[in-house]
Design a protein around this ligand. Structure first.
Ligand SMILES: Nc1nc2c(ncn2[C@@H]2O[C@H](COP(=O)(O)OP(=O)(O)OP(=O)(O)O)[C@@H](O)[C@H]2O)c(=O)[nH]1
Ligand SMILES: [Mg+2]
Length: 274
């Protein structure tokens, strides 16, 4: 992994334009965004442009070995670029976390927040205040942006992704008692909670790993509706048979493997608050 000096937004801070009163207290909490990106030169500039001004202190784009202009687009958009040459969504997220929690620049503290956001412009960065509000109000440790609650159409959330999400959420509920409507990638988590989860999955098991571990550790988890649209650039996962089968295998395998593991050792994930 290689990184370069920190980037961030120097946008003027105008809390009155944010929809949540809780965000006016943001000054005490730092917010960093991690954007995993593999060949997203089309979507990434739009994503960076749409991040609400003044809300975010630091943006890390993890270039996962792109062969296009992704890294250049990130720098032009004011983000810091971390290079993670080994492919994998989870690995890219982890590289961003490592940079924020252990990199050369000033680290985030336990009460700060990390937001994860895809680079393909399928999420709406403008929904970030809704994602942050429950954490800043002290009502959540982890907030998942639910595309289902946000009314995503099947043009954007393709039928196979919609069905896979429903199945995964059903199994999470039956096997873990976890009530979710989506495994959406647009999410926010406080640093102390993220550290507690000790995330491991290197690819598309990452989102379900976070949700299941959060349930077992009894984190306060809140879902908020977020909008979703068709991605910019060529689809790599949901739009391809190989990607869909690989992600489904990984996500469902993760659910069953962790159910077995927790039956054998219920203490493998300790509670977050004693
Ligand atoms: N596919 C893939 N995406 C990666 C990887 N590393 C980082 N990413 C980024 O992770 C985010 C999610 O990947 P996507 O390809 O959008 O996955 P998806 O939303 O399930 O499916 P599509 O949008 O249809 O491709 C995007 O910002 C990717 O650029 C990787 O190794 N493989
Ligand atoms: Mg996508």
């Amino acid at each position: 992994m290689r990184s370069e000096p920190a980037g961030g937004l120097d946008g003027s801070c105008d809390p009155s334009s944010w929809p949540h009163p809780a965000l006016s207290h943001k000054s005490t909490t730092r917010v960093a965004v991690v954007i995993p990106a593999l060949n997203e030169e089309r979507g990434l500039p739009l994503v960076l442009q749409e991040i609400p001004s003044g809300l975010v202190d630091r943006i890390v784009v993890v270039d996962n070995g792109s062969t296009d202009g992704t890294a250049g687009a990130a720098r032009t958009g004011g983000a810091q670029v971390v290079l993670e040459e080994v492919r994998g969504y989870g690995r890219a997220c982890q590289a961003g976390i490592n940079e924020l929690l252990g990199g050369a620049e000033e680290h985030l503290s336990s009460m700060d927040v990390i937001v994860f956001l895809d680079a393909d412009h399928s999420d709406y960065p403008a929904d970030m205040p809704d994602l942050l509000a429950p954490i800043l109000e002290g009502k959540a440790d982890l907030v998942i942006g639910s595309r289902t609650l946000g009314g995503a159409t099947m043009d954007a959330l393709l039928p196979q992704a919609w069905f896979g999400n429903r199945l995964a959420c059903f199994l999470m509920r039956v096997l873990f008692g976890a009530r979710h409507t989506d495994l959406g990638p647009f999410r926010a988590i406080r640093v102390d909670a993220l550290r507690h989860l000790e995330m491991r999955d290197p690819d598309y098991g990452w989102t379900v790993e976070m949700q299941l571990k959060a349930r077992v550790a009894r984190l306060e988890v809140v879902e908020v509706p977020v909008r979703y649209r068709s991605r910019e650039g060529a689809s790599k996962i949901t739009g391809t048979l190989r990607g869909t089968l690989g992600a489904a295998y990984k996500i469902l395998g993760w659910i069953f493997a962790w159910r077995m593991k927790l039956w054998l050792n219920p203490r493998s994930i300790p509670r977050f608050r004693g």
